[in-house]
Structures are given as C-alpha cells and as structure tokens.
Design a protein around this ligand. Structure first.
Ligand SMILES: [Zn+2]
Length: 435
C-alpha cells in the first residue's frame, strides 16, 4: 500500500465518523448539519459547493468540478439522511462511530453515509491532484431519501434542475461481491421495480359476535381472496437487464423458466436473486377488521405489498389481479406507484464500472441487477433521462450479513470497503469525465 492510498483510507474513515456523529435520522432529518460538514470539508480542499434547501434545516449539497467543455458529465449521488435507530437494540451507541476490528459502526454506515464519504473524498482528492475534467464532475448529497416527503432530490430536480442534470450518475443500490455458480460477481443495479401496493376493501355486515348467523363477517370473506393472491403465479418475463444477468451468470440466453430451473438445480443463492426479477411480486402483509372482539366486522381491509417490473404499469396489471381475485364483495385500490425506471447497459459508465472490477479482481464480472426497492436514481432517470447505476463496491463484508444490517441494529461498514469505494469513484470520474 502506498502512502497516498493509506492517507485516503484515513481521510474517508474520519469523514465518515464525523458524518455518523451527526444524527440525521429521518424523520425529522436535520440534514443541514451534514451538508455544512461536507461544505467545509470540500471547501478545505478547494471545491466550492452550494446548499439548496426547501426548508433551512433540510439542505441538499451540490458541489462541482466544472468541465473544460464537451465531455459527458457524471454525478456522484448520495443521501445524508438515515432511518432512525433504537440505541437499546445496539451493542454500541449508534452515533458514536466506533472503530472495532476494521469496521466502523453506526447508523448510516451502509445506508449510506459510507458512500457519501467515499464520493466526497474521491472528489476532494481529485481536486487536490489538479484533475481538470472535460465534462462536469458533480457531487450531490441529498436530504430526505428515506421518507421522501419532498425535500430531497425529487424537489431538487424540479426547483434547481441545472444543479443536478447530468448524463451519468452513480448512486446506492448494489456493488456487493457474490459468488454464483462458483464464480465471483459484483452487482451493479441498472433498474428498479415499481413499488405499487394496493388495498382490498372487503364488505360485510356487522353484528354481535355471539350470533354469527345474523351477520356477514368481512374478515372471513377476506380469507379466500388472500388465498387466491397467495396461490397466484404471475407470468414470467425478461427485461434487458435480467436477460443480460442470465447470460452473464449462466453463460447462455435462456427463457425465464429455463433460467430459474437451472439456477434452482445448481445455485440456491442465484435462484433467490433471480426469481423476484422475473415477474411482479405480491405479498399480503397487513389486515384490519373489527376493533372489538365481540363485534363482527362489516369491513376488512387487506394491504398487499406489490412490486411491478420496470416498464410494467398499474393499468396493465389491474385487470390481471381482478381476474385472480374473482367475484366478491370487495373494492380494489392502488395505494401508490413509485419508481420502476431503468437505464440502458453498455454505456461509458458501465464500461467504467466493468474496468474497475477488472482491475481489482480480474476473474470477476459485473452483473446487472434490477433492485426491488426504490432509490433516488429514479428521479434522475425520470427528469433528465440520466443513465444512473447503483454501485458501491464491497468485498470485505459478507453480503448476506451486510443486507441484514441495513435499516437494523449494529449497522457497520468495513474500512477496506470504504477505501475500495474511494478508489472506485476516482476511477469512474477519470474514465467518464476525463475526456
Ligand atoms: Zn439509502
């Protein structure tokens, strides 16, 4: 390890510790603390930034190394808010930023202050090196990703589009190293499913629970509807990212049925990864009926978590779901519809991610994935057609351990992965905006 590398390692560790020590749990967020810390850090390294806030305590920070002209622009995107933490469930104080055995503990270490710090250090160190990009190199640390109440990137894209409009963007979403079919892969997310939950309102007639014969129990009537949803096997289909994923994993183009069969036979983890990407998913998760034990409910509501494939619409899916549910005294209503966008593969940013992976582990391949959850990449794709990928490389921490720690107790990040992240974002910036 050279001195320059080890000093970036220390720099990113210290910046992340400072970020974790600021409580930006959302609600209420208070992300301005983080924006000001980043503004001071970047300013000390000769990078100007601008704070954009819909309300003073919830600022978004945007910093820029302006391009000399002509080249494509790249945004290093992140969010500074976190989900809340219950200290009683943790082994350490979630805001103490303790270092233990090469890992930095604290709320937001993985989601996603670690990436905030790695992107900021990449930008600051490139500026110190005198890097002059051809296209703009932009860094945006946004508020309010976890709740999405309109203070973060969604608002920024509308109110200050010139600040965040870029050709390419790297954000959260993936980057973990997995072994599938006995070979190493790094996941890079290029698409997101649409969060599209719905509610069933099942109607009956109230009555005293001691005389069930005179009532019409809405809870009982909901049962067969739930069973029909559980038994439904949606049609499988392949989007471009899932086709590319199957080819990279299995080595040949297969139908979704064949790919799933091969994965189930040969690699359980690959099957788990693949299955939800081949169709919409449905999970009934919440039910509400009578508030009182001795009153038969006249209404029962069932909430179903539903995620559509990118490009699939509620208009297209609703008649299919109605046919699955069949006849009955119920109404069907969508609760919301968020996300569901994708970016193309095979772009200069994709090549930058692939060449980085090739450099750190030549036997490994980048695997495109569609993620099940929503990220801020959606707003960029939606507003500007930005090619946005989720990639924060990690190979030090077991990916299954890491995925359990996100949004839960004892969240922590390996310092080795922070250093890898700085290296990755420097590489991507040089490749994409370097001219
Ligand atoms: Zn996040």
């Amino acid at each position: 390890m050279t001195t320059a590398e080890s000093s970036l390692r220390l720099e990113v560790t210290e910046l992340l510790q400072e970020l974790i020590r600021l409580d930006t749990a959302n609600p209420p967020g208070n992300e301005t603390q983080a924006a000001e810390l980043l503004r001071d850090y970047l300013g000390d390294n000769g990078v100007e930034s601008e704070l954009y806030a819909r309300t003073p305590e919830r600022a978004n920070l945007v910093a820029r190394l302006p391009g000399s002209g002509g080249g494509p622009s790249l945004l290093l995107l992140s969010h500074t808010d976190t989900v809340p933490a219950a200290p009683a469930e943790w082994l350490v104080n979630p805001w103490s930023a303790e270092l233990r055995d090469g890992e930095l503990w604290g709320r937001g270490a993985l989601d996603m202050k670690g990436q905030v710090a790695a992107e900021a250090v990449a930008l600051a160190s490139l500026a110190r090196d005198g890097f002059e990009p051809a296209g703009d190199l932009v860094f945006a640390a946004c508020a309010d990703e976890e709740v999405g109440a309109g203070f973060g990137l969604q608002w920024l894209c509308k109110a200050h589009p010139e600040a965040v409009r870029t050709d390419y963007a790297l954000n959260e979403g993936a980057g973990e190293r997995l072994e599938l079919f006995g070979r190493p892969f790094y996941l890079c997310s290029s698409a997101e499913k649409m969060s599209s939950p719905f509610r069933l309102f099942v109607r009956g007639r109230a009555g005293h629970a001691s005389v069930p014969g005179i009532a019409d129990n809405a809870l009982v009537k909901a049962a067969p509807l739930i069973e029909r949803l559980a038994a439904y096997r949606p049609e499988l289909r392949l989007g471009p990212e899932t086709s590319a994923m199957i080819e990279a994993m299995i080595g040949e183009a297969l139908s979704p049925e064949e790919a799933l069969k091969v994965a189930r036979e040969r690699d359980e983890l690959a099957a788990e990864l693949l299955e939800p990407l081949l169709s919409l998913t449905l999970s009934p998760t919440m039910i509400k009926a009578s508030e009182t034990r001795n009153v038969i409910p006249h209404l029962c509501t069932v909430d179903v978590d539903c995620r559509l494939l990118p490009g699939q619409t509620q208009e297209e899916v609703e008649p299919v779901l109605r046919a699955v549910l069949g006849e009955g005294d119920f109404e069907f209503g969508w609760l919301e519809g968020w996300g569901g966008t994708r970016s193309e593969l095979g772009t200069p940013l994709w090549d930058a991610v692939a060449s980085f992976v090739d450099r750190i582990e030549p036997e490994a391949t980048v695997l495109p994935v569609c993620v099940a959850g929503f990220t801020d990449s959606h707003w960029l794709r939606d507003a500007f057609g930005t090619v946005a990928y989720g990639f924060f490389p990690s190979n030090a921490m077991d990916p299954q351990v890491a995925s359990r720690l996100i949004h839960s107790a004892d969240e922590r990040v390996a310092v080795d992965d922070l250093e890898l992240g700085v290296d990755c974002f420097r590489h991507a910036a040089l490749q994409v905006t370097g001219g």
